[in-house]
Design a protein around this ligand. Structure first.
Ligand code: NAD
Length: 354
């Protein structure tokens, strides 16, 4: 990695950047392999529309960088990669489309191993495997594990910030109650947290809010919600310099990737006494669980691995406080230690099955 930012990129700061196209299927994609020091690049396939090809390419690179940090900080033997499929006209034969994409991925020789992300499913992964892609696990949706990791992150950040070992009565505002956000809401409700929920899918959000006795929010700016914890679980870059100055919470910890528009926003949150849990630490539960299943780990072992996310978050917050740096800087330093050490010992590089 030429620089350590998760949000800015020089021309040559990705190891490999691959554009794919097949006009007969309307397929356009970019595979960004950020860094393979720790192993083959592992990261999801995002399938959505972008205003320009450049916007999709930038998003793939930002997300691939975040995967480098996520996998490294989680102690996994994978590098960081991510890919974007550009949504255009409706796909008429999805299996053929995904098989073809699997063929492109196969050409990376497993340097890129895809997972699910926004807009893709485990069925898509199965078709990519038919095209030759190497995939670690396809039998379960990783979202509930991601949500459990976010829960442990929230607990650790609340303990460090509000000096409370319990979430009972803690007010958590969740933006986005999709695959991860809904599971998180249920897990938080079981802990006795007070919930406010917001989603652009109004019907889905109202149903869940009714079931969990949560406060439903409509057309609300995230800075208007006074709460203990803001959990972004929807879109990227929800906290920009202006939002960071106006948020009314004590903790930010959620599943959304690429939450801050730039790393400097972390300085603003830090100055305002808001504990920010870096997204790549908080949302690592899915990849940790996929890796555990790939290696045949038991349910108890995988449960402990998710709990360890909370320990890491606690230790990063502690380091940030003791050294006066932001939690983003502390988490990046933590992840980079592993990468730098593997760089000086390339013989330690692992294959996906080790
Ligand atoms: P999802 O698509 O299932 O859910 C997203 C939800 O957000 C949807 O219900 C959608 O209606 C809602 N939404 C979209 N725009 C919104 C807005 N402006 N305001 C409020 N709600 C909005 O996605 P997901 O799998 O739950 O993932 C959520 C986030 O977590 C994404 O950023 C994703 O990259 C990240 N993430 C997910 C996983 C995972 O295991 N699924 C793992 C790591 C990170």
């Amino acid at each position: 990695m030429a620089d350590i930012s998760t949000t800015s990129f020089g021309t040559w700061s990705s190891e490999q950047l691959i554009l794919c196209s097949d006009d007969s299927l309307g397929l356009r994609a970019v595979i960004a392999i950020d860094d393979t020091t720790l192993g083959n690049g592992f990261g999801g396939v995002r399938f959505r529309a972008y205003p320009t090809p450049e916007a999709g390419i930038t998003e793939a690179r930002r997300l691939a960088r975040a995967m480098t940090y996520k996998n490294a900080a989680a102690g996994l033997n994978y590098g960081g990669a991510k890919s974007v499929l550009f949504a255009g006209d409706p796909v008429s034969d999805r299996p053929a489309f995904m098989r073809r994409y699997g063929e492109f991925i196969a050409r990376t020789g497993s340097a890129y191993m895809p997972g699910v992300d926004m807009g893709t499913t485990t069925d898509d992964l199965k078709w990519m495997i038919e095209g030759g892609a190497q995939v670690l696990w396809v039998d379960d949706d990783p979202s509930p594990a991601t949500a459990t990791g976010v829960l442990h992150s929230i607990k650790a950040a609340v303990a460090a910030t509000l000096d409370s070992d319990s979430l009972a009565g803690t007010h958590v505002f969740i933006q986005g109650v999709g695959h991860v956000g809904e599971s998180l809401a249920r897990q938080l409700a079981a802990e006795g947290a007070r919930l406010s929920l917001m989603d652009t899918d109004r019907e889905r959000m109202e149903q869940l809010a009714h079931e969990l006795e949560a406060q439903p929010l409509f057309d609300t700016d995230v800075t208007e919600v006074e709460c203990d914890v803001f959990a972004p679980c929807a879109i990227a870059r929800v906290i920009d310099p202006t939002t960071a100055e106006r948020l009314q919470c004590r903790v930010v910890a959620g599943a959304a990737n690429d939450t801050l528009t730039d790393d400097n926003v972390a300085e603003t949150l830090h100055r305002r006494g808001i504990t920010y849990v870096p997204d790549f630490l908080a949302n690592a539960g899915g990849v940790i669980d996929v890796d555990g299943r790939h290696h045949g780990k038991s349910h108890d072992e995988r449960t402990l691995a998710l709990e360890a996310i909370g320990d890491r978050v606690g230790s990063v917050i502690d380091t940030a406080r003791k050294t006066g740096i932001t939690t983003v800087q502390a988490a990046q330093q933590y992840a980079r230690k592993r990468i730098d050490s593997a760089r000086s010992n390339p013989a330690d590089r692992k294959t996906p099955d080790e």
